[in-house]
Ligand binder design. Structure first.
Ligand code: FS2
Ligand code: SF4
Length: 552
């Protein structure tokens, strides 16, 4: 096992990475090895997808399958060896199908087919145990490689995982694009080739960022086409008496299905974690039994789900061991999410979840409501832009801070709470991702009627924040880096890596990330990123704040 993809990875003087029997996230060595083998097989599929495309052969099922199965290897997504093995076998079947189509097209056109080595050839062993013996070939740190090259390879691998996850979120909302799929396969193939060309790897990381910009745009289109534009909305964060279903993760399509199927059944539906922004979408908030948000970010789920007296649905990352909180019998997984022994809901029928919620006690009493305001995605931000600009011009608003990203349970993450509390009163705070839970229940007041805390949405709604920054840059006729905009991103997993790559690829400079730097980035790489982009790690709130306000 070798995994170094998330912020909580094991760091020792001997080297960084989870490489023992189990990762910090609970992922067993067997699961990690099978995931690596899956990625290896997917790279073989992509390699033949690229070759087949040369002859105009496009398999839409493959274009869907590869990013979706890749998504299963992100942090806290799928811990179920049987499902991972199933994806790997499916990958082999798709690879062979594409290979046959490619070879036939070559023959028909009088060309000699080019063989794809390694990933194009490996055939999975018959049993899971034997597959585990094959896994070393697929380890992400395979071979004798300079640590800087390895760091760049991992930056690409993990960044592409994040983009793949967003591709799957977009696909669920019917947003697919063959050009995006082609670029994805091309990069996936390159990442599998173990390049030692630092410049090419670095450029690929930027290409992944660009690809993800397009994917986030597709996701934004899918969500707004399906559910309307988010609008500023007051959300109750306390419970309401009655039977209950809690929906976590990023997939709002699942939430919609659950809302439709629970209508008139006396069940209240709550959002959790990254599902909170759903409460601002007109086509979702119209359901009166969508009563509010329960709980906070992913790392608190064992206590929050443990005390939730209803059924829980995990639509995407991040799931953690449900046996600890003793709710494995009333949590359900969807799509790429998996936990051994937990019921996985396929298809569009949530009857099993609804029956579980009806069996359970539900909340006995109404709690005293506590309201927070959400819903400042692209449209709402643009609608507010003229007023914001007026307030910038008259000096009432002097700075914008984007403080967002992922949450996690390290105590150092109190930095983000302290920073939000410490920014000057003449600043607006934009937030997104589950990192917002570090401060989103606090009252930041307003500036001439504009709320100081503007919750943009999920991590992928970084797209909306980018649109605002681009609009402000045009209005003020300056470079994006000349705006009084300061970005402080909390990172945890691979979606945050790809959002960062997107921002860098758009030329956004002086971003601060924390609480600790990615363990796969060597000192040399961190230095290069600082020199080229001004990218740096967070230090302490006062030092960082002073530097940001002085644009240092
Ligand atoms: Fe939070 Fe977890 Fe959005 Fe990340 S729910 S850390 O995967 O994707 O943010
Ligand atoms: Fe370790 Fe993170 Fe990988 Fe889990 S996902 S094994 S905690 S690096």
């Amino acid at each position: 096992m070798f995994c170094v993809q998330c912020e909580q990875t094991i760091r020792t003087p001997e080297g960084n990475g989870c490489n023992y029997a189990q990762g910090m996230c609970g992922k067993l060595a067997s699961t990690s090895d099978l995931q690596d083998l899956l990625i290896y097989m997917l790279q073989g599929v992509s390699a033949y997808a690229v070759k087949a495309r040369e002859f105009g052969i496009i398999n839409a099922d493959v274009d869907t399958f590869v990013p979706k199965a890749f998504f299963a290897t992100l942090t806290n997504v799928n811990f179920d060896d049987a499902r991972i093995t199933g994806y790997a076998r499916q990958a082999q079947a798709y690879r062979e199908e594409l290979k046959a189509a490619y070879v036939a097209a070559c023959e028909a056109n009088g060309q000699t087919p080019v063989e794809v080595p390694n990933q194009g050839e490996l055939n999975l062993a018959a049993t899971q145990l034997e597959m585990l013996e094959q896994a070393p070939v697929a380890l992400p740190n395979r071979g004798d490689v300079h640590e800087d090259i390895l760091g760049l390879r991992l930056l690409c691998l993990y960044g592409l995982k994040g983009a793949a996850a967003y591709m799957e979120h977009a696909r669920v909302l019917d947003q697919v694009d063959s050009d995006v799929a082609a670029k994805f396969h091309e990069i996936m193939t390159f990442v599998g080739e173990d390049s030692a060309d630092a410049d090419k790897l670095f450029n690929t990381a930027m290409e992944i960022g660009q690809l993800n910009y397009r994917v986030m745009e597709m996701l934004d289109s899918g969500e707004t086409a399906a559910f309307g534009h988010p609008e500023p909305t007051q959300v109750n964060t306390k419970s309401v008496a009655g039977k209950a279903i809690l929906v976590s993760g990023h997939d709002m399509k699942d939430l919609e299905l659950i809302l439709q199927q629970t209508e008139g059944k006396g069940i209240n539906v709550y959002t959790h974690g990254e599902m909170l922004p759903a409460l601002a979408y007109p086509e979702l908030k119209k359901y009166p039994h969508l009563v509010g948000n329960y709980g906070s970010a992913w790392q608190n789920q064992q206590s929050e789900f443990g005390t939730f007296p209803g059924a829980v649905v995990m639509t995407s990352n991040c799931i953690i061991d449900p046996n600890v909180g003793d709710y494995a019998d009333r949590i359900f997984t969807r799509s790429i999410v998996g936990w051994p022994g937990v019921t996985h809901v396929e298809g569009d029928d949530f009857g099993i979840v609804i029956n579980k919620a009806l069996e359970l006690e539900g909340f006995k009493y109404d709690e005293i409501p506590h309201m927070i305001t959400i819903g400042f995605a692209r449209n709402a931000l643009m609608a507010a832009a003229p007023t914001v600009v007026e307030n910038v011009k008259n000096g009432s608003i002097k700075n914008f801070f984007l403080i967002g990203g992922c949450d996690g349970d390290k105590s150092e993450r109190s930095y983000f709470t302290d920073l939000a509390k410490s920014v000057p009163d003449d600043s607006l705070i934009l937030t997104l991702g589950c990192g917002k839970y570090k401060f989103n229940t606090l009252d930041f007041g307003d500036i001439n009627g504009i709320p100081r805390l503007l919750d943009i949405g999920q991590c992928n709604d970084a797209y909306s924040a980018i649109q605002l920054a681009l609009a402000l840059k045009d209005i003020f006729e300056c470079d994006i880096n000349e705006l009084p905009l300061h970005l402080v991103l909390s990172w945890f997993e691979q979606k945050a890596i790809v959002v960062l790559l997107t921002l860098l690829s758009l030329g956004v400079k002086n971003i601060r990330t924390g609480p600790t730097p990615p363990a796969f980035l060597t000192e040399n790489l961190a230095k290069i990123l600082e020199e080229q982009f001004g990218l740096r790690n967070t230090t302490d709130v006062q030092t960082d704040l002073t530097a940001m306000l002085n644009k240092a």
